[in-house]
Design a protein around this ligand. Structure first.
Ligand SMILES: [Zn+2]
Ligand SMILES: [Zn+2]
Length: 356
């Protein structure tokens, strides 16, 4: 991984054990443990729908900020997920197409986070141009290529290479070079088998049906790349257009693909067990916290003002991530102060503060 750049913070600093295969918990605040948040852009138009992703960590990674003109929408999505712009420590572009980096300039300005892309696609971002597009599916031939889509040029700060670990900058994940759609297309593989794949596959006529990308520089490389991430341990593929796709289901669409379905099912089952165990633990902590809260006490001052995002200068109010059912929620018991008595004033315990 090489840095060209003006951002010196974080370099060489190990942030947590966020690497693939690393241990899962090194005392991070619970709200920032493992997770990927999908940020849906493009409104309801299925042809414009675009998935950005946020890999959470002590600092988060924003993957593919999205098409030109969607920065405001992305900001709303981050706010809805209670993510602060200041907590984004890295922006990764999966490949040099303008629908993926069109909002990168704006997001880089707002977050001041370094921008990373594979070296083979970095020139497109640098010039704000798109490589020539070759349709490889029927939908691709019908659809107009977006080569005229104008994206603002933005200077990459980090050039990525196959095998790079992102945990040194933010979040976690391993870079896998997955060429075919473009020469410098990358996928990001997380420890739990989740893999963010950019445009390696896309939704077909139905968003949930995996299909080859509509355009590709080299279709046989696309096939090799798909096999590569499956062999590397990917179980769930998160695409920018459509998906997600379960790897166990892929052979139906791609019969040539070698997938060890049995071992994948085993992994799924043990992941499921682990999730259930974590959920039970969480419930237990919440129950304990609720019991403590029932004891008579005056509550803390309200903190709901924190939630009034977005704040000025594009900053987003900083609170916890709570919208995703699978994500561990904060269950830290709140300390209740004993009721204050000041000559008859302020005797009423205040409600609130438990929802922030
Ligand atoms: Zn693309
Ligand atoms: Zn795309």
């Amino acid at each position: 991984m090489s840095r060209r750049n003006r951002f010196s913070r974080n370099s060489g600093e190990q942030q947590g054990n966020g690497e693939v295969g690393g241990s899962q918990d090194n005392g991070r605040p619970e709200r920032l443990r493992e997770g990927v948040i999908t940020l849906k852009l493009g409104g309801r138009n299925p042809l414009k729908a675009f998935n950005s992703y946020l890999i959470t960590g002590q600092k988060h990674i924003l993957v593919d900020p999205g098409p030109p003109g969607t920065a405001g929408e992305l900001l709303q999505q981050l706010s809805r997920n209670r993510v602060s712009l200041g907590d984004i420590g890295l922006i990764v572009i999966t490949h040099g197409h303008p629908d993926h980096f069109g909002s990168a300039y704006q997001l880089k300005e707002w977050t001041q986070a370094p921008l990373a892309i594979h070296e083979l696609d970095s020139e497109y971002v640098h010039w704000g141009t798109a490589p020539t597009l070759k349709p490889v599916t029927r939908l691709g031939s019908i659809m107009k290529p977006f080569s005229k889509l104008k994206a603002e040029a933005v200077e990459p700060d980090i050039t990525l290479q196959d095998g790079d670990r992102l945990g040194r900058y933010a979040g976690r994940g391993r870079v896998i070079l997955t060429p075919g759609h473009t020469a410098g297309s990358i996928s990001l593989l997380l420890p739990d088998g989740t893999c963010i794949i950019g445009d390696l596959l896309m939704g077909g006529l139905r968003a949930s049906t995996p299909s080859y990308p509509r355009f590709a520089e080299n279709l046989s490389e696309v096939r090799e790349s798909l096999q590569r991430i499956v062999d590397a341990g990917a179980t769930t593929l998160l695409a920018a257009h459509g998906g997600p796709f379960a790897v166990v289901d892929l052979p139906r669409a791609f019969p040539w693909l070698r997938v060890d379905v049995d071992s994948l099912r085993e992994r799924e089952a043990s992941a499921q067990k682990e999730q259930e165990r974590a959920a039970a633990e969480r419930k237990e902590r919440e129950r304990e916290a609720a019991e403590r809260a029932e004891q008579p006490a005056a509550a803390e001052p309200r903190v709901s003002a924190e939630r009034s995002a977005p704040a000025q200068n594009g900053a987003v109010a900083r609170t916890e991530q709570a919208s995703d059912e699978d994500r561990p929620r904060r269950s830290r018991p709140r300390r209740r102060r004993p009721p204050r008595r000041r000559g008859g004033q302020g005797d009423q315990p205040q409600q609130g503060g438990s929802n922030a």
